[in-house]
Structures are given as C-alpha cells and as structure tokens.
Write a new protein. Structure first.
Length: 493
C-alpha cells in the first residue's frame, strides 16, 4: 500500500486508540487515589514526606521538563529548521551541575517546602513574596502556552473543538492532582516518561520503514537540505541559535527554569537527603537529551517523508505537523500511542507547584496564620482547582495568537525568569543584605526585559530573544546590590 492510500485508509481513531488513551487516564486516577488517600498534611501533599526514590524523581523531573512542548513543539523545529536546538542542552547540562552544588544545599539547609522560603531566610519576607509572585506570572503564562500546544494537537487528532480539549485537560488535571498531590504527580511522571520514549521510538521506527532508502536515505536527503546541522558557529546578537548564544541561554535559562522555578524544584525537594536530590538532577542530563533528540529526529523524518510523498496534504501551519501526520497517516495503535503521550504530557501540569507556593508563601503568612493542617490541606486542593481554571483561560487566549509555540513559551518565561534568577544568585553567591532593594530590582528588571523583548519583536532592536533572561539576571543582581544599602539602610556585613 503506498503512502497516499495509507493516508486514506488509516484516517480516524479506532477502538484500540481510544482503549490506550482510556487505560492511561484510568491509570492516572488509580495512582492519584492510592497515593492521595492517606494525605494528612501539607508536608505530605507538597513534599511526599520526602520519601521519593531517586529513579522516580529523575523520570518525573524529565516528564515535567519535557511536557507537551517537546512532544508537539519540537518536531516542528526538526521539520522546519534543523538540530541546532540541541546546542541549548550543552549549557543546560552545566546549569544542572551548578544547581546541584549551589542551589540544592541551600534549600535543604533551611528545610524549604518551596524554594521562595529560602529568600525569606536569606533576605526577608518582602523578597519571598516578590519571588513567589514572579513565579506565578512566569509559570502561569508559560504553562498556559504549554496547555494550548497540547490542546491544539489533541483537538486535531480527536477532531474536537479547541475549547473542548482545553476543558478536558483542565478537568482531569484538577481531579487527579487535587486529590493525589505531589506523590501522584511524581509517580505518574515516571509513567509519562516511559510513554514519551515508547511513542517517540514507535513513530520514528514507522517513519524509517516507510521512507525510500530507509535510515540511510533519510539521512542523505535531510543532510542535503541542511536539516542535520547541530552547531551554528556564527557571530551576532540577533540569532538565538548561534552556538555561543545558545550555550549562554542554556546556562541562564536552565538555572532559572530548574533552580528558581518551584514547578521543577518541587520534585527535587521530595528526595530524602541533599545528596539524593543532587544525584537526581545530574541523572536528568542523561535522560532529557536523548528524549529531546528523539523528537527532533521525528521532525526531520517527517520532512523527509513528506518530501518523498508530495501528494499528501500538509497542515496550514507547522505547529500541527505531528498531530496532522498522526491523524492522516499513522496506523491504528500508533495513533493511540501518540495521543496518549500528548495527553499525559499535558496533564503533568504545574497545579501542585502553584498551589504549594500560594499556600506556603502567601496564604499561611499573609491570610491565615493560625489554621490547622486540615484547613491548609483543604485550601491547597481548592487552589489547585482555581489555578486550573486560570490556566485554561490563558490557554484559550493563546488561541488568538500565532508564532512558533516553543519559542513563544521561552520568550514569555524570559521576561520574569531573569529577575528570579538574579535575586537567587545574589542570595547564594554573596553576603549582601537587602530586601526592599530586591523587590525594586526585580520589578525594574522585568519591565526592562519586557521593553527589550517588545523592541526586538518589532525589529527595532537587533537582539535575539535568548538575551532577555541574561539581561534580566544581570540587571536584577546589579540593581539589588547597589540599591541595598540605600533602600534597606543596611551595609553589607
């Protein structure tokens, strides 16, 4: 059967596809029930009583890091561009080592439930509130883009309206995470990582066997088209894919994403000891990179496949390439496997980390200081539902936008993440005492980063988006350092 005939024969989801998806969603609820039925306090709900095995922490971290943005956002890069995105991970690996030996010891020293508690111990309550607030902004908007990306892919595969898909993800996430807490997130994350590898390997294998010339033929055609380029050794400030810029962004971006973002660091804080937590983040280097490469390779193979089968219809934009291919070409079973991977990646949402930061950093110290653990546990679960609805609204708003989804998420993250990283580095690397100065520096730096991004997007400023987080980091660090003695009336000492 040729590819064109296959596209007609395989269109639509079968009972097997729905069965795979249904079994996976059922597994989520079972894990949530068995892990969440004995929740007694917020330490258990947010930290899993610090009894997480290293291998579970590693795979769960990878599942959260990868998310739906890798499953549906990276293949379009391999399809339209090349493999230069991998340059980012060289810097990211270095950042993980720094986080292991600089950030994690400080968080365990103060027995933090959220990493923004460290800012209170180091500087004061004002910096903690500012850090947590910046996390809300950063994570909500970046995760809203992630939810939109996944919903877009599933709506294509399932043939649903986009808002139906967003609602589907929101309801499942709220029920599953609201009841099971971080333990449910951790153990399902392990299941998700396995499914990501399985789905990616299956799709890549199918493509190789349906490309003229097999792997060798795909390699030759992709190489001639420049799709296998990994390193960009040029020089300039505009292109974020230049090697030196990607390395710098990998270091700063990953330090911000992993070291100052509660969503990912929360998983590392569930390990019993500091050494186990350090081992976990080091191990993620050897799991994240192969998975990212796999989905880049799928994008490249899709380019070769459609080049050899020019009669096949293409989606109206490259963001839908994997989901379009899944619907119109993949056979029954593989359709369900891809759909399941996308759904699982989307359900691994930031609701637990948003809830933990809200309750620990805002609600306990500012709204209700004298509540018992049953009260705080109830508020934690209600806040999961509230944040779920807010994320759904942001995802729906993204539908009105355009542009490459992965890059959009990075740009949104860069505006506020630099402020967070700057103030954390000030606390970890210096003895400077400041509090009000930190808040002022974070706000001013975020406004400046937003202005730089705006000018860059308009073409007024020849600067790539990857510089936004670097600028924000140095600006926050420098402003807080110099303003500390003035605004806080306290010299370094």
């Amino acid at each position: 059967m040729d590819a064109v005939s296959a596209a007609v024969a395989f269109e639509g989801l079968s009972a097997l596809d729905y069965g795979l998806l249904g079994a996976s969603v059922l597994a989520l609820f079972l894990i949530s029930y068995f892990k969440g039925r004995e929740e007694r306090d917020t330490r258990d709900y947010f930290l899993g009583s610090r009894r997480t095995p290293v291998w579970v922490g590693t795979l769960s971290f990878v599942a959260t890091e990868i998310s739906a943005m890798t499953i549906v956002g990276i293949p379009p890069i391999g399809y339209m561009e090349n493999w230069q995105y991998l340059q980012f991970f060289l810097g990211s690996a270095a950042a993980r080592v720094l986080i292991a030996f600089v950030f994690i010891p400080a968080f365990y020293k103060f027995n933090c439930t959220t990493i923004y508690e460290f800012l209170r111990h180091r500087f004061g309550a004002g910096t903690q509130y500012a850090g947590s607030s910046f996390f809300f902004v950063t994570r909500l908007f970046a995760s809203g883009v992630r939810l939109y990306a996944a919903s877009l892919a599933v709506s294509v595969i399932m043939g649903w309206e986009l808002w139906h898909t967003i609602l589907f993800f929101t309801v499942i996430s709220v029920i599953f995470i609201g009841f099971g807490g971080i333990k449910a997130v951790l153990w399902t994350g392990t299941f998700e990582s396995v499914m990501f590898f399985a789905a990616g390997a299956a799709v890549a294998g199918w493509l190789v066997t349906h490309i003229d010339g097999g792997l060798a033929g795909a390699w030759q055609l992709a190489s001639e088209a420049g799709k296998l380029s990994v390193f960009n050794l040029g020089w300039g400030m505009k292109d974020p894919n230049l090697l030196w810029a990607a390395l710098l962004n990998g270091v700063f971006g990953s330090m911000a994403a992993f070291g100052t973002d509660q969503e990912l660091m929360q998983r590392l804080l569930t390990l019993e000891t500091r050494k186990e937590s350090q081992r976990t983040i080091i191990y993620t280097i050897f799991t994240s990179v192969p998975l990212t490469w796999l989905y880049l390779a799928i994008g490249t193979l899709l380019y070769v496949f459609y080049s050899q089968n020019s009669g096949l219809p293409l989606p109206e934009n490259a963001d839908k390439i994997l989901s379009h291919f899944t619907v119109h070409v993949l056979p029954s079973g593989l359709k369900g496997l891809v759909l399941t991977a996308v759904v699982l990646a989307s359900i691994d949402s930031p609701l637990s980390s948003l809830s933990s930061s809200f309750v620990t950093d805002i609600y306990r110290p500012l709204i209700r200081k004298d509540g018992d653990e049953r009260h705080y546990l109830r508020v934690s679960r209600v806040s999961v539902a509230c944040f779920g609805l807010l994320l759904a609204g942001i995802a729906w708003a993204c539908a009105a936008g355009s542009g490459r989804m992965l890059w959009l998420a990075f740009k949104i993250n860069g505006v506020t993440a630099g402020s967070l990283l700057g103030v954390f580095l000030l606390g970890l690397l210096t003895a400077r005492r400041s509090n009000r100065a930190n808040v002022a520096a974070m706000v001013l730096s975020a406004l400046m980063a937003a202005g730089v991004l705006f000018l860059s997007e308009r073409g007024t400023l020849a600067l790539g988006w990857s510089w936004i987080i670097v600028i924000g980091t140095f600006s926050t660090f420098g402003l807080a350092w110099f303003l500390g003695p003035l605004l806080d009336k306290e010299k370094e000492g």
